[in-house]
Write a protein that binds this ligand. Sequence first.
Ligand code: 6LW
Length: 507
Amino acid sequence: MRVTSVSETDPTVSNPVIPGFFPDPSVCRAGDDYYLACSSFEYFPGVPLFHSRDLVHWTQIGNALDRPSQLRLPPDTASSGGIYAPTLRHHDGRFWLIVTNVSGDGNLLFTATDPAGPWSDPIRLPGVHGIDPDIAWDDDGTCWCTTAGVGQIRLDPHTGETSGTRRQLWSGAPGAKAPEAPHLYHIGDHWYLLIAEGGTERGHGVSIARGSTPTGPFEPCPANPILSHRGTDHPVQNTGHADLVQGPDGSWWMVLLGVRPGGGTPGWHVMGRETYLVPVEWVDGWPVVGELSTDMPAPPWPLGPPAVAPERRDDFDAAELAPQWISLRRRLPEDCTTKERPGSLTLRARGESLDDADVTFVGRRQQHPSCRVRTLVDVTEGQGRGGLAVRLDELHHYSVETSAGQVRVRARIGPLSTVVASRPVPPGPVVLRAETAPAPMVDARTGPDLVSLGFEEPDGTYVELASLDGRYLSTEVAGGFTGRVFGMFASAASAHFDWFDYEPLES
Ligand code: 6LW
């Protein structure tokens, strides 16, 4: 996150305010603090949580679901399955997080006194059906749970029991794809029901309706969709899945997801759906959403300290991994530890390759269009094999891996899997490298970037083994709801990673 100050009086801030695959943002305010939660799908730990004091600078403070009793993702959990959209709220002095595990126990409710955790074990919600659950309290303390579709039911948030009948609140704009991501707000004299519709691709948009009670009836806003970039050439596309929040000065703002397609036409996005911020004005009791720009005028209040980004280089000196590190479906202490070799992350292989859903993997999201990722890995023990991956899912990944005396680059693109290049190397630890750079020219035939993979000789000289088209690691090609993750993996015996360095490059 960088504040590009044009001048002290007129700084601009860059959007997305949270770059990288952090979709389906839900935001809440508690006094002078703001907290935001995102979807996490097949990754463990799940539901990344951020903190801000100014809605602009967001620092990840943890992951709400960081133990198996909270997040059970079976080995056969599909990529882009698992944890779908959360809603995060502050009520009665507690934080409430409601979310759907589409590959496990359905809708679940968690509470915490500190959003940094620990969060409770789940309260199961067997009577809540559908994804994108929202939770809101009426003035009399009644709790309403609203889900995609848009259905609503009364909920006891302490027991998870529902009561009454599920009522259909609104079906969104005529002919639009199913309304999703409902959020209910009591603002002034009205209850507002905010939804996403059109699907999370290029047709995505945000619509709203209002009524005099939390159960409706709801009157659609005449200006719906109040936000959409469908049919435009705006650099941010797929805008939708929003949440409203009041700024420190009482003004209103919206967080939402969007993507940055690159390359030729139709454009391919590789960092997933990212979290954006946009101002909102109220006119005649309806929200009017301001211009979403990637370099937007800073909000009219003093900006807090810049976000604390993940450490560029991790030497794995700490007993626990920092919150930006994510694994696939689970993280078993016997397979992923910094205790076996102090100052090193030891990964013990479960699967035999990145094609396996159960591969031992620890990675962090790509958050910059251009970046260089390096890691020092030692597989010299026994028949070890492991390496550095650029992953979208089991069917779309590039990797540079090493085993006794050899380094090779593998590419998996859908049904195709091949070793693109290999090179003998002396036995012993080796620095593996992956870096992304904008494609040299942009026309209808070029993807957004090239992904270079290789290793470093002992004197640091980079030996590029392959330069591959980044479009095949994009969501437009692979489908799904996530974005690229750079990760370390073990695919035979064990691999020891002494450090991991993620260097943003000017693009
Ligand atoms: C999310 C829903 C959606 O739950 O995608 O396309 C799901 N719309 O709002 C995953 O992000």
